[in-house]
Design a protein around this ligand. Sequence first.
Ligand code: SF4
Length: 363
Amino acid sequence: MISLRLKAQVPPIAEPLILRLRETNAKDLDLDKEAVMIGEENGWRDYDYCGFSLRIEVAPTESLDGDVLLAVPGRASVHRLIRSQSRHNTLLITERCDQLCVMCSQPPKAGHADLFPQFTQAVLLAPAGATVGLSGGEPLLYKDQLFDLIETALSNRPDLRFHVLTNGQHFESGDKEWLRRVARDRVLWGIPIYAPTPEEHDAIVAKEGAFHRLMESMPVVATSGARIELRTVVTARNVQCLPSLATLITTVLPFCSSWAVMQLEPIGFGRMNWDALFHDNSVDFEPIARAMNIALARGVDVALFNFPLCTVPEAYRIYAPATISDWKQKFLEPCAGCSLRARCGGFFEWYDPNRGFAHLGLT
Ligand code: SF4
């Protein structure tokens, strides 16, 4: 597992600080925002930041060049907010949420630390062409600040894109102008829908009226020309209704760009409720296949997220890209020598083989 927090000795700061690390003395250095490496000894890298010393403990083989860090006053560590060599960079906008999904991988907390100024600086320092994820909690609980962050970044960095994960409860018709003007092409909104009926969807997200609110929100986004990626985590509770959900999506929500059908992540509530929720698709893929067939036949792009390839019937493997973020991805003993490994996403770091898929490996 790649650590997103590194032990550090940071300069004396009174406010959270964003900076970018450089390991070469390049000509294009921005010394107000960048720390330049000046040495390395005994597992510690030394940087100069505006005349102050910054020390970071890191393995000698690990490149930090171009990484964007957050340092918090009084902490002996730094957060790697954006890793320059990774495609998987997501900023946790808030831990607050107005839903309480049974499988949530990041269970909500009541408190909120406002880091919008720092996050704005961070995305402006992202590598060229980056797509930055924004998630929570529910980021649209802070809609004005979130929209400001996105607008500032997109207007200053024409190469950047965003992928925002939202529960879809907070779009209003008044947002259309902003969505049209700012976020049409360069923002993808990932919005979950878990069941085709209000009763079951609301029960899964533990919020009465959530399904109806979702159905009000989606057209606001879609009629603005913005792109929606629907997301459905497969669990034992909703797997049998996936074909009905596919019918709903293709008839009521055909304007959505894509549908991500996702395996459960065994962390947070997903881990706590694993035994009740995990659906082993290596044993029974049939309802997922039926749902995919309906969606694909009606022209909706479908992708399987977080499915080890060997748990998916061969005909459907082309729809299963490697989606598990590199920092929390692992492979198991059956993966050694597997011919699919180069294009397989493997497993979440916290996956327990004793409570997981019955059938792994190629037969
Ligand atoms: S054996 Fe491992 S690498 Fe091969 S398909 Fe299964 S999970 Fe992926």
